[in-house]
Design a binder for this molecule. Structure first.
Ligand code: ATP
Ligand code: MG
Length: 361
């Protein structure tokens, strides 16, 4: 069986370092591993509109931002198809059929959707499109027969929902769809990177992000004002590591060689943590180290972005080409789905014969 990747992001803002450790960094590794037959990376504008219906301009503006972020982290259009969700109408058609296989109560149980409804104050009036976006995600994944979906932890319930739809479809209509596997980051800190304010998740909607395209100075300022241990007041005080955002970021980003380069008094992160816990290590020193680590990771990304920004028409061209390839793949699956559901009337010679015989008797 082919190994196929599908993943994507909502164009509700520029991409941040949470996206990077949660999914983007892994995608680039997988892309360059050469182990995958096809890779589809989707800018989920239609999904973004489910909770931004009255702000289409925001989505329209951010499509190019996300595309630039993709190219800047090293996604390569020669190896990965970058495409725009709304341009593939086959995806909506699949959703319409999958809706029959899912109950309202099942959607209501989705913990990510529940949390997002609360965050958006949608409790009293949830847009139907937003409520059903897990179904549309199942369409995105299955349309490409994806086997592997590299995403952050908040996507677990979506993958569960997708698997259920696949099983239900295949049992009712025959084996057509492929069950995908989620690929979560292997590092605990990357599953759900907290925001700079220490809040549970770095999220465009919460305004607590370090963006991949932030300037060097912005990144430094955000790190210097980051949430740490509120009880660690004097340098000599013992400090807490758990829930200390600066250390969570070091878990997510630091590599052993960073110590030799930027903080040679320590051999590794464990030694730094031990010192902090004991007392005698100030937040500013740790933050300066984190700044060096993060700048080291972000500088090449920033430089590549600047190159792609010089030719925006070419970026749209990349998305158009990717969308053409994606449409062809989705159309193939949709045709199989319709055949399995027996709604392929005009190509079904047996049906036409059967009906004409019935009426010639
Ligand atoms: P929005 O607030 O508009 O939902 P978002 O910041 O949550 O935006 P998405 O586009 O919904 O971003 O998510 C894109 C991908 O990035 C998903 O795979 C998601 O799991 C991952 N991701 C998003 N935020 C984080 C985070 N803080 N840590 C790890 N992964 C994340
Ligand atoms: Mg999200």
């Amino acid at each position: 069986m082919s190994k196929i990747i599908l993943t994507g992001d909502r164009p509700t803002g520029r991409l941040h370092v949470g996206h990077y450790v949660g999914s983007l960094r892994r995608r680039v590794e997988l892309q360059n591993s050469g182990e995958f037959d096809k890779i589809f990376i989707m800018i989920a504008d239609a999904q973004a509109l489910t909770d931004n219906a009255d702000n289409p301009e925001k989505i329209r503006q951010n499509v190019i931002e996300v595309a630039l972020d993709y190219l800047s982290v090293g996604l390569d259009p020669a190896k990965s198809n970058l495409f725009i969700q709304s341009q593939i109408s086959e995806l909506t058609e699949l959703s319409f059929f999958y809706m029959n296989l899912v109950t309202v109560s099942r959607l209501q149980r989705n913990p990510t959707v529940k949390a997002e409804i609360q965050m958006r104050n949608f409790e009293a009036s949830i847009p139907v499109g937003f409520f059903t976006y897990p179904i549309s995600q199942a369409s995105d994944i299955t349309a490409f027969k994806a086997t592997t979906v590299p995403v952050g932890e908040d996507q677990l319930p979506m993958l569960e929902q997708t698997k259920e739809i696949v099983r239900k479809f295949n049992s009712v209509y025959g084996e057509v769809l492929v069950e995908p596997e989620i690929l979560l980051p292997d590092n605990e800190a990357c599953l759900r990177l907290p925001g700079t304010d220490g809040k549970a998740k770095m999220s465009k909607s919460l305004g607590n992000c370090i963006y991949l395209s932030d300037t060097e100075e912005d990144v430094r300022a955000k790190i210097m004002s980051m949430y740490t241990d509120p009880d660690h007041i004097k340098i000599t005080d013992p400090g807490k590591i758990e829930g200390n955002t600066v250390f969570t970021y070091l878990d997510a980003f630091s590599k052993p060689e960073h110590f030799a380069e930027f903080l040679p008094e320590y051999n590794n992160l464990d030694e730094l943590k031990e010192h902090y816990k004991r007392g005698g290590l100030g937040d500013v020193k740790v933050k300066k180290f984190l700044n060096n680590v993060l700048q080291d990771e972000l500088a090449p990304i920033r430089a590549r972005r600047a190159e792609f920004e010089k030719d925006i028409p070419e970026v749209y061209n990349i998305l158009k080409k990717g969308s053409d390839v994606a449409r062809e793949a989705a159309a193939e699956t949709l045709a199989e789905v319709k055949r399995a559901m027996k709604i392929n009337y005009f190509e079904d010679k047996a049906l036409i014969e059967e009906q004409s015989e019935k009426y010639s008797r």
